[in-house]
Design a protein around this ligand. Structure first.
Ligand code: HEC
Length: 169
């Protein structure tokens, strides 16, 4: 695109943005910049999914149990399990290894133990199983040459805008 044409298009786009309220006028005047062609869907990587869907639930599960909110702990454990299943479907292979198989191998046991501890509202059992869960995160990271990603049991985690203490229900 020649420079002058590009400048004109940029001016038109700036005008269209500045005149949001008068968008129809801009259209009539032919000043509105055309929308770029739709890009292919954004495909999140395993790393994106870990940060967005796994890590926060690992923290939230701990926060809930430490706050004595067993109902929310059970809910969040279910969500963590579901999130792992979705990662397996979105990114079935990591360097040629089946994410689902590796996940089942390390996660099944601690998740079951956590479900049991939550059901029994047993904080000591929860803490033991949560440490196992956290070790399981790291065993997958190590097995897949991502030992640099080291997960630990939270210490003073907080989520600023959510009440974790059990409500009256
Ligand atoms: C089945 C294997 C597997 C399990 C289980 C697993 N992870 Fe991961 N995780 C990965 C892989 C692979 C990466 C690196 C992805 C990459 O480099 O693109 C990763 C990366 C991460 C990252 C780093 C993201 C970044 O870019 O900074 C975090 C945080 C993370 N995992 C959290 C967790 C937590 C918390 C758990 C346990 C509740 C867990 N992971 C369990 C495979 C796993």
């Amino acid at each position: 695109m020649p420079l002058e044409k590009l400048r004109r298009a940029m001016r038109a786009a700036a005008m269209a943005a500045g005149l949001a309220g008068l968008a129809s006028l801009a259209t009539v005047a032919g000043l509105r910049a055309e929308a770029p062609p739709a890009s292919p869907a954004y495909v999140p990587t395993v790393s994106d999914l870990m940060i967005a869907t796994i890590q926060p639930r690992h923290i939230r599960l701990w926060l809930a149990a430490r706050s004595g909110n067993w109902a929310f702990s059970a809910y969040e454990l279910g969500n963590l399990k579901g999130a792992f299943n979705r990662v397996s479907r979105a990114q079935p292979l990591v360097d040629g290894n089946s994410f689902a198989d590796m996940n089942a191998a390390v996660m099944q046991q601690p998740i079951e133990a956590l479900a049991q501890a939550i059901k029994q509202k047993d904080i000591a059992a929860f803490d033991r199983s949560y440490a196992e869960l956290t070790a399981a995160c790291n065993s997958c990271h190590q097995a897949l040459n991502r030992a640099v990603v080291a997960i630990k049991v939270p210490q003073n985690a907080s989520v600023a805008d959510q009440e974790f203490a059990p409500g009256v229900d």
